[in-house]
Design a binder for this molecule. Structure first.
Ligand code: AMP
Ligand code: TRP
Length: 337
């Protein structure tokens, strides 16, 4: 039986966080047997907000290595660097021309990020790419006829737009794209900031104590979890509205233990916040130690580069076929119908 195809990516705007791991990476790894996985490092998306070139280089190198250190298997999945497959930007342009400014301006991420760029840099310099980014993301997905896109909650709106663009193109020019569905994890689709648990844990979070990066020093990680914001009730219960900090710790615990929130609540019944933090710390540290060990092994070897090359080659085969079809149907390729 043919496996269904899944595709996803992570942007290189910063360090890979525990949020990225739980919301995205962990699922890519778990789904590699069941699905035909295409995952890429979204470096073209990584320049939609201003970024220093040396930092970008470092982010990309760390992220590509982390994909494998987290358990992506080059024998099972196709793993590549977005800019290595030129078709992404060509299809991205075609889709940009079939997307309206209104649609793009409605994207929550655009609104958030453009406000942030303004307030951080005190400038009106909002890169156009920040606005048009969802059209490139649509191209990433539609090039491969992905049936599912595993992402965290914050990306659902972009997948919805991708579906709209795909349907529009199919109706206007003839059947060319598979309509993708999203695939968010049951537990952990939105891991929150440890210091402000009403905000998403983010790579670019202002307070470094609020997020855990997969390559953080282990002692720092322990400290961060110890100082995570909770409340004064000392009752361990999942209640996002009234107990966002405790709920977030429960979520991290459940996701990494692969149990339901209810099971985690049962485990922590009558225990105090000290124990909750110790247990969360143990599972997180356990995970990070494993990842960091593998990361060190891979970082200075040539293996990662050769896996990426092999991945790009495989990705290009599908991508170029799809792009040719799109060019034929849209009239860009004037010799073919
Ligand atoms: P980004 O870092 O924005 O490129 O996100 C890469 C993937 O990680 C996407 O699927 C996001 O939805 C997911 N993700 C990012 N931050 C979180 C978070 N705090 N909790 C859960 N998933 C996340
Ligand atoms: N935009 C995604 C994010 O910031 C990353 C991404 C880029 C992506 N292209 C994609 C995710 C295609 C899934 C599919 O989280």
């Amino acid at each position: 039986m043919n496996k269904k195809r899944m595709l996803s990516g992570i942007t290189t705007t910063g360090k890979m966080t525990l949020g990225n791991y739980i919301g995205a990476m962990k699922n890519f790894v778990a789904l590699q047997d069941e699905f035909e996985m295409y995952v890429f490092v979204a470096n073209l998306h990584g320049i939609t907000t201003p970024i220093d070139k040396d930092i970008l280089r470092k982010n990309i190198k760390e992220m590509v290595t982390l994909y494998f250190a987290c358990g992506m298997d080059p024998k099972k999945s196709t793993i590549f660097l977005q800019s290595d497959v030129l078709e992404h930007t060509q299809l991205g342009w075609i889709l940009t021309c079939n997307t309206t400014i209104g649609e793009l301006q409605r994207m929550t991420q655009f609104k958030d990020k453009s406000t942030k760029v303004k307030s951080e840099n005190g400038t009106e310099f909002i890169p156009t790419g920040l606005l048009t980014y969802p059209a490139l993301m649509a191209a990433d997905i539609l090039l491969y006829d992905a049936e599912f896109v595993p992402v965290g909650k914050d990306q659902k709106q972009h997948i919805e737009l991708t579906r709209n663009i795909a349907e529009r193109m199919n109706n206007k020019f003839g059947e060319m794209f598979t309509i993708p569905g999203d695939y968010t994890p049951k537990v952990g689709s939105k891991i929150m900031d440890l210091q402000d648990p009403t905000k998403k844990m983010s790579k670019s979070g202002a307070n470094p104590k609020g997020f855990i990066a997969l390559l953080d020093d282990i002692n720092e990680v322990k400290k961060k979890i110890k100082s995570a914001v909770t409340d004064s009730e000392n009752i361990i219960k999942y209640d996002v509205e009234n107990k966002p900090g405790v709920s977030n710790l429960l979520t991290i615990y459940s996701a990494l233990k692969n149990i339901s929130i209810e099971e985690a609540e049962k485990f922590f019944k009558n225990k105090d916040y000290g124990i909750l933090k110790d247990e969360v710390s143990n599972v997180v540290v356990n995970l990070l130690e494993k990842i960091q060990l593998k990361f060190k092994e891979l970082f200075n070897s040539d293996l990662v580069d050769s896996w990426l090359e092999q991945g790009a080659e495989k990705a290009r085969k599908l991508a170029s076929k799809k792009l040719t079809k799109v060019k034929n149907l849209t009239g860009l390729n004037y010799k073919r119908k």
